[in-house]
Write a protein that binds this ligand. Structure first.
Ligand SMILES: Nc1nc2c(ncn2[C@@H]2O[C@H](COP(=O)(O)OP(=O)(O)OP(=O)(O)O)[C@@H](O)[C@H]2O)c(=O)[nH]1
Length: 174
């Protein structure tokens, strides 16, 4: 079983307002991200916020530590509930390719350009706990390197939405 996890905390400082609640074609970005993962995974959770269109998990060990703390919460849930791995994306992953799991399997692996989109085995939880308690860089890429994740290139990259301009460009395209 695969658990989908939307990493949905953060400050959205480049966006200027909570980008999870920004709308694309009448749907919030977080709802689109949950739907995208639900098409690929048995169950979906949202980390790093209390209100969401799917069950939520608080970041581990605490909020304010970045997306890895959301991944840690999801890996703990996966381990406790018997999921073998977690598929992650950010709130700005409105369009995930249908073959994403095939491209990322076997875990661990992540997208080369966007390591927030990754496939992580539940057994990676202890290494992530160690990293989050260390002075090392708390970045998805550093964790990916630590666990030997393959960095995968895909033909059609998932668009990043960091600014209102990024969102407007997507609205124009769809
Ligand atoms: N669970 C969780 N997710 C996070 C956290 N920080 C960022 N994220 C998510 O990780 C993804 C990538 O983060 P960024 O795009 O850099 O998000 P951000 O930090 O809100 O944006 P900036 O402030 O503009 O850098 C987004 O989907 C964020 O929602 C966090 O502390 N906890």
């Amino acid at each position: 079983m695969i658990l989908g996890a939307v990493l949905a905390g953060g400050l959205s400082s480049r966006f200027g307002s909570d980008k999870a609640l920004a709308e694309l074609n009448g749907h919030t970005l977080i709802a689109l991200a949950v739907d995208a993962l639900a098409g690929l995974c048995e169950h979906v959770v949202v980390t790093g916020r209390e209100m969401a269109p799917a069950p939520t998990l608080p970041d581990w060990p605490r909020a304010g530590m970045g997306p890895l703390a959301g991944l840690a919460a999801a890996l703990h849930h996966a381990r406790d509930e018997g999921y073998e791995a977690v598929l992650t994306c950010g709130v700005d992953a409105a369009f995930l390719p249908e073959n994403l799991l095939e491209a990322l399997a076997p875990a661990p692996a992540c997208l080369a350009a966007q390591p927030v989109i990754g496939f992580w085995p539940a057994t990676a939880a202890p290494e992530l706990e160690r990293l989050l308690h260390s002075d090392e860089r708390h970045s998805m890429l550093h964790f990916a390197e630590l666990v030997g994740a393959r960095q995968v290139q895909i033909a059609a990259p998932v668009p990043n939405i960091n600014t209102p301009g990024d969102l407007a460009a997507l609205s124009d395209r769809s």
